[in-house]
Design a protein around this ligand. Structure first.
Ligand code: GCU
Length: 680
């Protein structure tokens, strides 16, 4: 296999003899006291990894042996008094413990369930890849979030909506590809970082995909089978108009008895193929997708009807809150797209069934490089909520620019909503602890495709890895996540780790600095969203404006003089954003319309900030490439060159951004750059 394909499950032959001896000492034998399909996957992974790393295949036994070994067990096979930690972990948690005994020492990989055993396995392998000593392991882990999900935006014609890494690994020509080896390798990658749920088709469910819940069910079942072996539950995105498109009904009205009966039958059929089917992800009444609004019903009516059908089977409805008017008149300055999710959903709090969970995008707009946190988090005390991120880099360089997004997500999860006073962080809402929600979690749009290295950009793999790691434990630091990823992916050469870490950790800020300034967003080419176009969306129907004129720029979202969006936040945040005095620079233009001469907290004027950041951003992009080039001798050619080419493109594209943005604002404002740099 190509180097990029193996991603962070690379398992190179260990070069130091001493390390080989250390690994052999513990890992030459694997004892599994339990044997489920998931444990088999764990054994297979250990066998594969250890064979490559030490050049010798480990022996497998199902009974205890007296020599050193790795022991796989669930709590059922353990003496709980000897391992009291097992009581503290949750259903998916695990222990990794070096246990020393006269009659044979071992590394215990134990979970409450077999899933824990698998997660422990991947954790141990990460430690070995990072040359961690195995002599005194004592690790106790439980995932902080319940649903840890990936959303594929794959269409059955093989295209991937907002996909930047080739075509779908699941579908082609309106059919399944049935390449289960590739799907299995994807399942391994996901499971290795703790992902436990996947929806396998685009939220925009077109004609062919609507049939995933009928004619294609045998195929969906096969895919679900592969994922199940890795502890991952399969979901489908459903078309709300299915009863009309698949059945012979003339309505999809959620209160219509015929419609209810149709979905009940349909769900029963789905479960006859996939007994542990997760449920439906639904994009309704959004961007021209059908939904309950057509029938004068609201989103509680709409989702509850599906929830009732799924309830007897333990299934759930993941209902997206990305609902807004996408046919806005740009002349109308009172309608504010940012308000939409809250305005639609907040009044429905408490009306959703307990197997409905609302999936809310992290920000009120759409995965921009910088947005405030959606005010819906924490605003619905009696409704299950999960957050949606986008690992796919739609607005953050489309996997042609490096943009490591973990710092962004971390900032969002750490954001204090003040919903229940100080300390009401987003992470404590979406992990279910704050309101003791029955269902909770995190989902994200996948960034993979059939490119050999999965993500197009080799360094974009870090976003998928980091997403899984962060949602497992939102308290992990950005630095730790980068370090883990870089070691598993590129080995332990210190220069490699140092430069790659520095590149990734600065990349989001760099991308932000040469694109849309100060939180205003957009300024991209319409439709495909790559590259600069300041007015690309300014006179459009999409509700995404910057309102730049000759005097100033920004969207007034205050209560005092604007759209009133700030009022959707709890009081502390409302005041914080409402006032020009406290509103942070990086979100200034999201909340306020200000003159170009407005003084930022940084001490610069808005216009000078725009010029400075755009010049600096390009310089920093150039520095990224220098850091990478310094590693040429230490990285295989395949990966070295592929990243190098993309860094080259990033620089060229960043220059395009710099020059267009600077020129545009120079021409609008007539204000010169203090430093007299070249503006056209
Ligand atoms: C964005 C994206 C669309 C996608 C939509 C969604 O607007 O550009 O391609 O369908 O989000 O999340 O539903």
């Amino acid at each position: 296999n190509a180097e990029g394909y193996k991603a962070w499950l690379k398992y190179d032959l260990v070069t130091s003899q001493e390390n080989i001896r250390e690994i052999s000492r513990w890992c030459s034998r694997i004892v599994h006291l339990v044997d489920t399909r998931i444990v088999q996957a764990a054994k297979e992974e250990l066998t594969r990894a250890i064979s490559i790393m030490i050049g010798e295949e480990p022996q497998i036994a199902s009974e205890t042996v007296t020599s050193n070994h790795i022991r796989l067990a669930t709590s059922e096979q353990l003496n709980v008094d000897e391992f009291p930690e097992i009581r503290k972990i949750n259903e998916e948690g695990y222990l990794i413990k070096t246990v020393k005994h006269e009659e044979g020492s071992y590394i215990l990989l134990a979970g409450k369930s077999d899933k824990g055993v698998l997660y422990a396995t991947f954790h141990l392998l990460r430690l070995i890849q990072a040359e961690h000593s195995l002599d005194n392991l004592d690790i106790v882990e439980s995932p902080r979030n319940q649903i840890r999900m990936i959303n594929q935006w794959d269409n059955m014609d093989g295209s991937v909506e907002r996909g930047y890494a080739g075509e779908s690994i699941f579908y082609k020509d309106d059919d399944f590809i049935r390449d289960y080896d590739r799907i299995k390798d994807y399942a391994r990658l996901l499971s290795s970082v703790g992902i436990n749920a996947i929806s396998i088709n685009n939220v925009n469910v077109h004609a062919v995909e609507t049939s995933l819940i009928t004619t294609f069910l045998p195929d969906v079942a096969k895919v679900a089978d592969v994922f199940r072996t890795y502890g991952i539950t399969t979901y489908l995105s459903a078309n709300y108009a299915s009863p009309m498109e698949l059945g012979d009904l003339t309505t999809a009205d959620p209160l219509d008895e015929g419609v209810k009966a149709w979905w009940k039958d349909k769900v029963k059929e789905v479960y006859s193929y996939i007994s542990d089917f997760g449920g439906f992800v639904v994009k309704a009444d959004s961007e021209h997708r059908p939904g309950p609004f057509t029938y004068g019903r609201n989103h509680a009516d709409g989702s509850n009807m599906l929830a009732e059908a799924l309830e007897p089977f333990g299934g759930i409805v993941i209902w997206r809150c990305f609902v807004y008017n996408c046919m806005q008149d740009w002349r109308d300055r009172s309608t504010d797209r940012a308000r939409a999710a809250y305005d639609h959903f907040k009044p429905l709090d408490g009306q959703f069934h307990n197997n409905v969970i609302l999936q809310i995008k992290n920000g009120p707009m759409d995965f921009q490089v910088r947005e405030p946190v959606s005010p819906l988090f924490g605003a619905m005390r009696d409704t299950n909520q999960m957050i949606e991120f986008q690992v796919a880099q739609e607005y953050t360089g489309q996997q042609r620019h490096v943009c490591f997004l973990i710092p962004q997500w971390k900032e969002i999860l750490d954001f204090d909503t003040y919903a229940k006073g100080q300390g009401s962080t987003v992470k404590s809402i979406v992990d279910g602890s704050m309101y003791e929600s029955k269902l909770s979690g995190i989902a994200a749009v996948s960034n993979i495709g059939n490119d050999t290295n999965w993500c197009g950009h080799q360094l974009a793999q870090a976003n998928l890895f980091g997403y899984g790691r962060l949602i497992w434990d939102p308290n992990l630091s950005n630095e730790d996540i980068v370090d883990e990823w870089a070691r598993a992916t590129f080995g332990n050469n210190s220069a490699v780790i140092e430069n790659i870490s520095a590149m990734l950790l600065s990349s989001w800020q760099i991308y932000e600095s040469y694109t849309a300034p100060l939180g205003v967003g957009w300024m991209v080419n319409p439709n495909h969203h790559y590259g600069p176009n300041v007015d690309g969306y300014e006179y459009s129907v999409w509700g995404t404006y910057h309102f730049a004129d000759w005097q100033g720029i920004g969207v007034d979202r205050t209560v005092t003089s604007g759209t009133g969006y700030t009022s959707q936040y709890f009081e502390e945040n409302m005041k914080y954003y409402e006032s020009l005095k406290t509103c942070p620079d990086e979100l200034l233009l999201f909340f306020h319309h200000v003159p170009y001469t407005h003084l930022l907290k940084s001490g610069e004027t808005v216009i000078q900030h725009i010029y400075n950041t755009h010049f600096e951003g390009v310089d920093q992009a150039i520095a990224l490439k220098e850091k990478w080039e310094a590693l040429q001798q230490a990285i295989d050619e395949e990966r070295f060159h592929s990243v190098n080419e993309r860094l080259e493109e990033q620089i060229e594209n960043a220059k395009e951004w710099r020059d267009m943005i600077n020129t545009y604002f120079y021409r609008k404002s007539g204000i010169k750059d203090k430093e007299n740099r070249v503006i056209y």
